[in-house]
Design a protein around this ligand. Structure first.
Ligand code: PLP
Length: 231
């Protein structure tokens, strides 16, 4: 079973590289979590990663998550990344540990309504479009304070930090600059007290740039293809 050996191997390699950059940048290893982005991957592939010790996974389509999650061990921790349609929110339940893509008021409202109805509170990250990339969703930096002002009106939604996606065409130096901006935004806003807001998490870095993200303070790195192979 070549595929089996290879996912475990790739995962070990990603972990080794995380450990290296953590040591080099003097970070506390317990503050960084690897989120294995399992979108488009089969249950079998996700199981391989699970048996190699991985517990935190992320999907980007609610229907796909609904189909796969019940087939996997129930100590998997599921995150959602990518654009979340408001009409899919009704399918979410307490098995969603974190939503990385809170990017608009209508989603805040819909999550709150669904949470109120089912007595659940969602852990979310506000997605910020640091690269000002028109192809990506997310709030512009200057929109973030107003957005956080209103979170307290939606008690079934908690904001635990920020998420961003680096620009595909950016150089490593530019990517580093984007990640640094997100961390600075967090550091600046952290001292303000908003109800329902605790900015401890920074979700940034994917297969191509997770090491830079850790250097810049990421607490969650979202790695897909480098673990599971290309999609
Ligand atoms: C697909 C995806 C990832 C993982 O991307 P890779 O390049 O495969 O590591 C991370 N974050 C988001 C939001 C994604 O949609």
């Amino acid at each position: 079973m070549l595929a089996k050996a290879s996912i475990a191997h790739s995962l070990a390699e990603v972990r080794r590289r995380i450990d290296q950059v953590v040591a080099r940048s003097n970070r506390d290893p317990s503050t960084i979590r690897l989120v294995a982005v399992s979108k488009t991957q089969s249950v079998l592939s996700i199981e391989e990663a699970y048996y190699a010790g991985q517990r935190v996974f992320a999907e980007n389509r609610v229907q796909e998550w609904l189909a796969k999650a019940p087939a996997l061990p129930n100590d998997c921790e599921w995150h959602l990344v990518g654009k979340l349609q408001t009409n899919k929110v009704k399918y979410l339940d307490q098995n969603v540990a974190m939503i990385h893509s809170l990017d608009r008021f209508s989603l805040l409202e819909t999550l709150n309504e669904h949470g109120e109805r089912h007595r659940m509170t969602w852990a979310t990250l506000v997605q910020v479009n640091i690269a000002r990339d028109s192809a990506k969703t997310g709030l512009m930096i200057e929109e973030v304070p107003d957005f956080l002002d209103s979170v307290g009106d939606y008690p079934h939604v908690q904001v635990q930090g920020f998420m961003t996606i680096g620009a595909l065409e950016a150089s490593p130096a530019e990517t580093q600059g984007f990640f640094r901006q997100l961390r600075c935004l967090r550091d600046t806003l952290q001292s303000r007290k908003w109800s329902g807001v605790d900015l401890r998490e920074l979700s940034m870095g994917m297969s191509r740039d997770f090491e830079i993200a850790i250097e810049e303070g990421a607490t969650l790195v979202r790695v897909g293809s480098r673990i599971f192979g290309s999609r």
